[in-house]
Design a protein around this ligand. Structure first.
Ligand code: UDX
Length: 434
C-alpha cells in the first residue's frame, strides 16, 4: 500500500522505515531539511537499535523515500501524522501547533477515500475537532496511538503487543484499511481493538499515566523504606510475584524522564482540568512530585556521602540518557542530577555510551569524557544514573576502585550488585535501600 508519514522524528522516522520493511511504499515528510537529508542518506538522526538497517534496506529497495515536499503525500492511501506534541512553554498542556500545521499542509493533497491516521499523543477531543476538516476533503480520520518504547522502537512498531484504532461514527471500514496496513501483526493474532476516536486518544495517555504511576508508587515506597530501614528492591520483588501487580516498572531509583511520560501526564492533568474533571487525575500531580523528589534524594545522598559539602569534589556521573539503549536526554533525570551537583559546586564529569553529543549541546556547562574508565579516574564519588550494561554488568567494582580517589558509589538506579561493591571496599548507597 502507498503510505505517507508526516513528521519524521522518533515516532515518524521509525514508523516510515518499519512500514517499508513490511512491504509498503512509503514517503516520509518533514519540514526539517537536515533531518530529511540524513534519513534520505540512510542515516538515523538519533540512536535507535535496528533503525539504520531497515532505513538502508528500505531506501535500497525503492520502497522508502523522504522529502520536505508535502505534495508527495498525494496518491498515498493512508497518511500517518506523527509530529511532536511537546509541553507548552508557559503551561502544562500539550502544544498542538505541529499537529494543526501538518493537517493544514496535508489537506490540499488528500483524495476522496484517503485515510488520515493520527499517531501523535494528543489531548482527548483533538481528533473530534480535526475530523470535520478531513471529511470535507472526502477523507476519513482515524486515531491510531503508538506505544513504542525508545530503544525497542523498531520491534514495537513491527510487532506491537496491541493495535488500537479509533474511528468516527459510521466509519468502521476505515479500521479494515488499517488492518491491511498492519497485516503481519494482524495475521499473527495481535489484539486489534477498534474504538471511537476519544477512547483511542485516551488509551494512550491512560497507558502512560499508569506506567508513570507505577514507577512513582515504588518510589514512594522507597521513601518509606528510607524512613524505616527497609529495602525497596526486596519489597518490589515480593509484591511483583503477585501476577495482578507484576514486577515490571517497579524499578525504584531517580525516576522517569524522556520525551513522553513527564509531558504526557502533565498534559493529561491539564486536559482533565479543562473538562472539569481535574480531581479525577489529581493524583498525577503527586506522581510528578514524587518523581522529581527522587532526583533530589540522589543529590542528597552524594552530599551526605561526601561529608555534607560537595564544593570542589570530583563527582563522576555514569549516564546522561534518560534510560539505556537511547541517546535521548529530554527531561533526563540523569542529567538533572549532574546539573544539580554542579550547581552545588562539585566538579562534575559525565560519561555515557551514546548521549554525550546531545548532552553537551543542551548542557555545555558540564564536563564530558567519552571513555568510562577515564571518567572514573580520580573521582571522590561515583553516581550511577542510567543503568547501561557498561556500568551495571561490565564494570567490576575492583576495576572501578583502582581508578577512583574514594570508593563511594551512589546507585541511582539500584542496578549494581550492592554486596559485590561493598565487598570490594566501596561505601554503597542505593535508593530506598539500607
Ligand atoms: C514510554 C512508554 O513506555 C511507551 O509505551 C510510550 O509509547 C512512550 O513512553 P519511553 O519513554 O521510551 O516509553 O521509556 P520507558 O521505557 O517507558 O521508560 C520511561 C522512564 O521511566 C525512563 O526514564 C526509565 O528509566 C524510567 N523507569 C522505567 C523507572 O524509573 N523505573 C522503572 O521500573 C521503569
Amino acid at each position: 500500500m502507498k503510505l505517507s508519514v508526516i513528521g519524521c522524528g522518533y515516532l515518524g522516522a521509525v514508523h516510515a522505515a518499519a512500514m517499508a520493511s513490511i512491504g509498503h511504499e512509503v514517503v516520509g515528510i518533514d519540514v526539517d531539511e537536515r533531518k530529511i537529508a540524513s534519513l534520505s542518506a540512510g542515516e538515523a538522526p538519533f540512536f535507535e537499535p535496528g533503525l539504520p538497517e531497515i532505513l538502508s534496506a528500505g531506501i535500497a529497495s525503492g520502497n522508502l523515500r523522504f522529502t520536505t515536499d508535502m505534495a508527495e503525500a498525494q496518491g498515498a492511501r493512508v497518511h500517518f501524522i506523527g509530529v511532536g506534541t511537546p509541553q507548552q512553554k508557559d503551561g502544562y498542556a500539550a502544544d498542538l501547533t505541529y499537529v494543526n500545521a501538518a493537517v493544514d499542509a496535508l489537506l490540499p493533497f488528500l483524495s476522496p477515500g484517503d485515510i488520515v491516521a493520527g499517531k501523535s499523543t494528543v489531548p482527548v477531543g483533538t481528533a473530534a475537532e480535526l475530523a470535520p476538516r478531513i471529511s470535507d476533503a472526502g477523507a476519513m480520520l482515524v486515531w491510531n496511538p503508538e506505544f513504542l518504547r525508545e530503544g525497542f522502537a523498531v520491534q514495537d512498531t513491527i510487532d506491537p503487543d496491541r493495535l488500537v484504532v479509533g474511528v468516527a461514527d459510521g466509519e468502521a471500514r476505515a479500521a479494515d484499511i488499517l488492518r491491511e496496513v498492519y497485516h503481519p501483526a494482524v495475521a499473527k493474532g495481535t489484539p486489534f481493538i477498534v474504538t471511537d476516536l476519544a477512547t483511542a486518544e485516551l488509551v494512550k495517555v491512560a497507558a502512560n499515566a499508569f506506567l508513570a504511576t507505577k514507577i512513582s508508587f515504588i518510589n514512594a515506597m522507597a521513601e518509606i523504606a528510607e524512613a524505616t530501614g527497609a529495602d525497596v528492591t526486596q519489597l518490589a520483588d515480593a509484591i511483583g510475584h503477585d501476577a495482578r501487580i507484576g514486577r515490571k516498572f517497579l524499578g525504584a531509583g531517580i525516576g522517569f524522564g524522556g520525551g513522553c511520560l513527564p509531558k504526557d501526564i502533565r498534559a493529561f492533568a491539564a486536559r482533565a482540568e479543562e473538562l472539569g474533571r481535574g480531581e479525577s487525575v489529581g493524583f498525577l500531580r503527586e506522581v510528578d512530585a514524587i518523581n522529581l523528589r527522587r532526583r533530589e534524594r540522589a543529590v542528597t545522598l552524594v552530599i551526605d556521602a561526601l561529608g555534607g559539602n560537595v564544593v570542589g569534589k570530583h563527582v563522576t556521573v555514569l549516564g546522561a540518557a534518560f534510560k539505556p539503549h537511547s541517546d535521548d536526554i529530554r527531561d533526563s533525570p540523569a542529567l538533572d542530577v549532574a546539573v544539580r551537583l554542579r550547581g552545588l559546586g562539585a566538579e562534575v564529569t559525565v560519561t555515557d555510551p551514546q548521549a554525550i553529543e546531545n548532552a553537551r549541546r543542551s548542557h555545555p556547562q558540564l564536563a564530558y569524557v567519552e571513555d568510562r574508565d577515564e571518567a572514573l579516574r580520580g573521582a571522590d564519588a561515583v553516581v550511577v544514573v542510567t543503568e547501561w550494561d557498561e556500568y551495571r554488568r561490565e564494570l567490576s567494582p575492583e576495576r572501578a576502585g583502582s581508578l577512583v580517589n574514594a570508593r563511594i558509589v551512589v546507585d541511582g538506579r539500584n542496578c549494581l550488585d550492592a554486596t559485590a561493591w561493598r565487598n570490594a571496599g566501596w561505601t554503597y548507597y542505593g535508593m530506598g535501600r539500607p
